[in-house]
Design a protein around this ligand. Structure first.
Ligand code: NDP
Length: 484
């Protein structure tokens, strides 16, 4: 198996290679095979990409919103036409089952391109009347060159969630994928050019954290949007602050999902499965602390075990497979260590808990019951298929425990009591909340975290505010009054 892109980087409308950069081997997680070799960007490549983005920006911003939007919407159409091909590449990159990538990756990227393409023509300022005929008008302006830095779990989606609003507002972008999943963003760049994006509007450079750091500190860059872990977020936010750059931080979580004893058990189990095992658990907003009210605890666990036994674990390219490998050997080993922590700290293992034999990076979907708040598996983000089930008695108790975390990305509640559902959601310290569902992230809705889970929001009309700024113009219709 091999999937070698034409070159490592995409700059100024074309593929660019510089083999003097540190090698990046692309490993197919299902087999451990190296399927491509790319190279990390050298300082010369980073410079070339930033120059291309800087040079292209003013002409791109000078197009009408309708013209920019048309290009984004055309790119969305191309992505949808090539969904299968793009989904296979996403599966090579991440190991996620094709059954998932066909519906959740290029399609989600296309949604963002279409949504922000549609908004581009309606981005305006306002007119503010003042006394005596004076008035102010505001002009919504692009920020300039934006840097996008991605995590490895949703490489196509992240490349589009950042690129689409940035470009809609008249910015240009240099995007750096995670070195674990460098393939998909190149496809996005190629498609944008095919859709009519001028050269230099959307560039991709590969690299490790040092390349990301050099992008973040460059004075040509006006804004940084990162999807990654909290420790990386801290570093990137601090580096961006030094240059007074705008930021969006989409970081990690340890989100609670609360199941009351009046909940529909089947739906609650479905929510817990979606919120812990989709993408083999490698989803930032996962509800990994599942608080189940004592009255239904055993019924919930029994049904969960029955449903887990039907998971189809195997070749991600087989469309029947619905649970694939971890993205990398490294991530698999991190998760295995957490599973050992859970066992050592006395949680009750009720499902999985082992690596699956073979060359691929497969873990069993794993559930621990009788987890308590202080255990490592209940406090730290694992980013793998490990669910912790915790018991609770009362609403007040579970509310306090759910919020007792430094993270605040997402939170969910399953109950048939409508008033209680809204009361609980009002109390959640989290950016994205769910009532009787979990982990849906439509482009129309703001997505992002509170507390240590992030700053700013992606998607929805709110993303426009994070990729543009207002210029205020005061217009006097009167003589100027001066004190002397
Ligand atoms: P990392 O934080 O390790 O890396 C994120 C990106 O930042 C990578 O491209 C990485 O490059 C780059 N990077 C690392 N160090 C620096 C630096 N000093 N300056 C600039 N860039 C840097 O995250 P992972 O890739 O391991 O992804 C998993 C994390 O992402 C989880 O914590 C998860 O919760 C979070 N996440 C959040 C989402 C959200 O929307 N809130 C969605 C998806 C994931 P390299 O990989 O080469 O080191």
């Amino acid at each position: 198996m091999e999937f070698q892109p034409k070159a490592s980087h995409f700059i100024n409308g074309e593929y660019v290679e510089d083999t003097s950069g540190k090698p990046i081997d692309v490993v197919y997680p299902a087999t451990g095979e190296v399927i491509a070799r790319l190279h990390s960007a050298t300082p010369a490549i980073v410079n070339q990409a930033l120059n291309a983005a800087k040079t292209a920006q003013s002409a791109w911003a000078a197009l009408s919103g309708t013209e920019r939007g048309r290009i984004l919407r055309r790119a969305a159409d191309i992505m949808r036409e090539r969904n299968r091909e793009l989904s296979i590449i996403e599966t090579y990159d991440t190991g996620k089952p094709l059954q998932e990538t066909l519906v959740a990756d290029a399609t989600s990227g296309a949604d963002a391109l279409e949504y922000f393409g549609g908004l581009a023509a309606s981005l305006t300022g306002e007119h503010i009347p003042l006394g005596g005929g004076d008035f102010v008008y505001t002009v919504r302006e692009a920020l300039g060159v934006c840097v996008g830095i991605g995590a490895w779990n949703y490489p196509t989606q992240i490349a589009c969630w950042k690129g689409a609003p940035a470009l809609a507002c008249g910015n240009t972008m240099v995007f750096k994928p995670s070195e674990t999943t460098p393939l998909s963003a190149l496809q996005v760049a190629e498609i944008l050019v095919e859709a009519g994006a001028p050269k230099g509007v959307y560039n991709v450079v590969q690299g490790y954290g040092d390349v990301g750091a050099s992008l973040v500190t460059d004075p040509r860059v006006a804004k940084v949007s990162l999807t990654g872990s909290v420790p990386t977020g801290r570093k990137v936010y601090a580096a961006a602050a030094d240059g007074m750059k705008h930021v969006t931080m989409e970081l990690g979580g340890k989100s609670p999902m609360i199941v009351f004893d009046d909940a529909d058990i089947e739906n609650a189990v479905s929510g817990a499965i979606l919120g812990n095992f989709y993408s083999s658990g490698q989803v930032c907003s996962n509800g990994t602390r599942v608080f189940v009210q004592k009255g239904i605890k055993e019924a919930f666990l029994n049904r969960l075990s029955e449903r887990l036994a039907t998971a189809k674990i195997g070749d991600p390219l087989d469309e029947d497979t619905n649970f694939g490998p971890m993205v990398s050997e490294n991530q698999m080993n991190i998760v295995l260590r957490y599973i050992e922590n859970g066992k050592e700290e006395g949680a009750r293992l009720i499902h999985g808990g082992e690596r699956i034999d073979g060359d691929g990076f497969y873990l069993q979907p794993t559930v621990f019951a009788d987890v308590t708040d202080g255990m490592t598996i209940a406090r730290e983000e694992i980013f793998g298929p490990v669910m912790s089930v915790l018991d609770f008695d009362t609403e007040d108790e579970v509310m306090a425990r759910a919020n007792d975390t430094e993270f605040g990305l997402a939170a969910g509640v399953f109950t048939n009591d409508l008033t209680r559902a809204h009361r609980i959601v009002a109390g959640f310290e989290a950016g994205t909340c769910y009532i009787n569902s979990y982990n849906l992230a439509p482009v129309e809705a703001p997505f992002g975290g509170s507390k240590m889970s992030g700053v700013g929001r992606e998607n929805s009309k709110l993303a426009i505010n994070h990729f543009s700024e207002m210029k205020t113009v005061y217009v006097s219709m009167n003589d100027v009054e001066a004190p002397f």
